[in-house]
Design a protein around this ligand. Structure first.
Ligand code: BG6
Ligand code: MG
Length: 219
């Protein structure tokens, strides 16, 4: 029986991919590294340190660990400054309606994001009130595709994985949900999240009604 929902943040509740892109691009330009939207796509759902690793590998660059950490911090400072522009109008279409609906129906709700900036993003959206538990990049050490962040959320909600549905827009996020034994809803193209139990092209389609009809026997 489904009693709870766990949501990824970036790409599910709001679209921060462009802000991440601009911050990585500023760093890459500064360093003389190649970086474009195709490379940015590979960073979806991937932790900050793994992301800089992917960008450096793409540029066949290798640097001492402390320098890499300093560069990741530099990117983060640019990204955090840009979060001030997020407003309560910046939910992905359908996301606020779904969160409101889940509250009305009494489901337990957790956030399960890789981002260490989740609290700030939720505040900007005025979305903190929709969540019983905030699981983010500070909550666990192993990032997606490890299931740890979703297991953290389920445990804090006092639910078993099989009682929760995870919403994810990243390939690694769907992998993480499956590895943890959660039911999964993929948001985005089939070649990215088609391995989820059910896949919708956007949050607008992924309503509680649609999800209930798909997982009929679980409600
Ligand atoms: C994920 C994003 O939600 O968070 C990734 O999809 C990002 O692109 C990751 O790298 C970590 O975010 P942050 O805010 O901790 O740098
Ligand atoms: Mg995401």
């Amino acid at each position: 029986m489904i009693k709870g929902f766990i949501f990824d943040l970036d790409g599910v509740i709001t679209d921060t991919a462009e802000l991440h892109f601009l911050a990585w691009k500023a760093l890459a330009d500064d360093m003389g590294w190649q970086f474009d939207r195709d490379v940015n796509e590979k960073l979806r759902g991937v932790s900050r340190m793994d992301s800089i690793g992917i960008i450096m590998e793409h540029n066949t660059v290798s640097l001492p660990e402390d320098e890499v950490a300093a560069l990741a911090t530099k990117k983060n400072d640019i990204y955090v400054a840009s979060l001030d522009q997020i407003t309560t109008e910046d939910y992905l279409p359908g996301a606020r309606e779904l969160l409101t609906h889940l509250r009305q129906e009494g489901f337990k709700v957790a956030l399960g994001s890789a981002s260490k900036n989740s609290t700030k993003v939720l505040q900007q959206l005025n979305a903190t009130k929709y969540f019983d538990v905030i699981g983010d990049g500070n909550s666990v050490s192993k990032s997606k595709p490890a299931p740890d962040i979703f297991l953290f959320g389920a445990e804090k909600l006092d639910l078993k994985p099989a009682e929760c549905i995870v919403y994810e827009d990243a390939e690694s996020g769907v992998d993480a949900a499956k590895a943890g034994g959660f039911f999964s809803v993929g948001i985005g193209p089939k070649d990215r999240v088609g391995h989820a139990d059910v896949c919708f092209s956007s949050m607008k389609e992924a309503t509680l009604f649609e999800v209930k009809s798909h997982f009929k026997e679980l409600f």
